[in-house]
Ligand binder design. Structure first.
Ligand code: ZN
Length: 385
């Protein structure tokens, strides 16, 4: 079988994604989810005029019975005509994703839950728990500074009981250049005091105290589940230069002896740096989810760069789709195409055998995720490298 054909049929495990919106979207709502910017495009311009926007018109329009490349107005009109449930069903079915690992910690009320996603797709959907969201719920529930550490440990144990992994967004809250050492109990209590006083005085519950962010990250390590970290490209909340994964080097060294796997998410434009970390540290894995959809026609180049140094047993597929089923569809179509093209080129050059390309495609598409997260293999075909 050609690599392209194999990739087209591969039942992918999406190891990092979110739910899709349950309500109808107007143009502003749709475009808001088609960009990582918090603001609308300048007057007279369109968010659709981007690699991602063009990819949606190319790949999603035919699934809504339109011509490829249909105009945004026609696409959105047809989308509204079909209704969100039908659009979700059509686009998700076309992804060929075999299993979803869904992070539920952000805007969970607006999105389909993992159980609902599983019902719509007929595929298993498992939960990944966001560490910071568990702490923020504790503040709402009235935790106190002196009991915060114990309360957090208990709340995380409960929240993660059925989860396959944990996720940290420390990149968003203080950057990845945080102190890699586990904070002392007194430091945690003091920081919890500042945080809770601000919250009780009418401030935001958002966890931004560096000592608390470090504490919840280390508490996550103590759970011994795989930990995902947001790295690189994201919305305007991050300072991108502080989201270079190389800032994590000392923390990764500290975690290594503890036997916990760390999954670096997105990574763009630092996919080569992430590949280096996955290369040298046995517990580090990485993906280029999010970047694949957003870079559209250039996603093949991102995938090829990612696989320069990343060991093939350390590379995982994800879409990081959030809100729009279009992001699932585009993320899978472009991933399958980009990986197939890269592998085919290396086979054509005589550098790789077709059998090795096939083995790597299975590993990256689903086998590595099944191994790292301990997912059951659905029958045969889940070979890892
Ligand atoms: Zn995400």
């Amino acid at each position: 079988m050609s690599t392209e054909r194999l990739l087209a049929e591969l039942p992918l495990v999406d190891h990092h994604c979110h739910g899709v919106v349950r309500g109808e979207l107007d143009r502003a709502g749709f475009e808001g989810l088609l960009s990582e910017s918090a603001w609308p495009a300048p007057a007279g311009t369109a968010v659709f005029d981007s690699q991602l926007g063009f990819a949606v018109r190319r790949w999603c329009a035919p699934l809504l019975d339109l011509e490829p490349h249909s105009a945004p107005e026609d696409y959105l009109a047809r989308r509204a005509e079909l209704g969100v449930a039908e659009v979700n069903r059509r686009l998700l079915a076309a992804t060929g994703i075999g299993e979803y690992l869904v992070e539920t910690g952000y805007r969970g009320d607006d999105l389909l839950t993992p159980a609902e996603l599983a019902a719509v797709t007929g595929r298993p959907a498992r939960t990944v728990v966001r560490l910071e969201a568990v702490a923020e719920q504790l503040a709402r529930d009235g935790t106190r500074p002196a009991s915060f550490a114990a309360d957090y440990q208990a709340a995380l144990a409960e929240a993660a009981a059925q989860a396959v992994g944990l996720k940290s967004i420390v990149a968003y809250r203080c950057g990845l250049d945080f102190d890699p050492v586990r904070p002392a109990p007194s430091e945690v209590e003091e920081a919890a005091g500042r945080w809770l006083r601000r919250w009780e005085a009418g401030g935001q519950v958002r966890l931004e105290e560096p000592a608390l962010l470090r504490h919840v990250l280390w508490a996550g390590v103590d759970r011994r589940l795989p930990i995902q970290l947001h790295v690189g490209f994201g919305d305007a909340d991050i300072e991108l230069h502080r989201c270079n994964p190389l800032h994590l080097t000392r923390w990764l060294r500290a975690v290594r002896p503890l036997g916990v796997d760390v999954l670096l998410l997105h990574n763009y434009p630092y996919q080569r740096e992430a590949g280096y970390l996955a290369h040298v540290y046995p517990h580090v894995y990485c993906d280029v989810g999010l970047a694949v959809g957003y870079t559209g026609s250039r996603s093949g180049a991102v995938i090829a760069e990612w696989l320069e140094l990343t060991p093939f047993a350390k590379a995982l597929f994800s879409t990081d789709a959030f809100g729009l089923p279009e992001l699932y569809l585009v993320g899978t179509v472009l991933f399958r195409r980009g990986l197939a093209r890269a592998l085919d080129a290396w086979v054509a050059d005589g550098d790789w055998t077709a059998a090795d390309a096939e083995r790597v495609a299975h590993a990256v598409g689903h086998g590595n995720a099944r191994r790292v997260y301990g997912l059951e293999a659905p029958g045969q075909g889940s070979a890892a490298v």
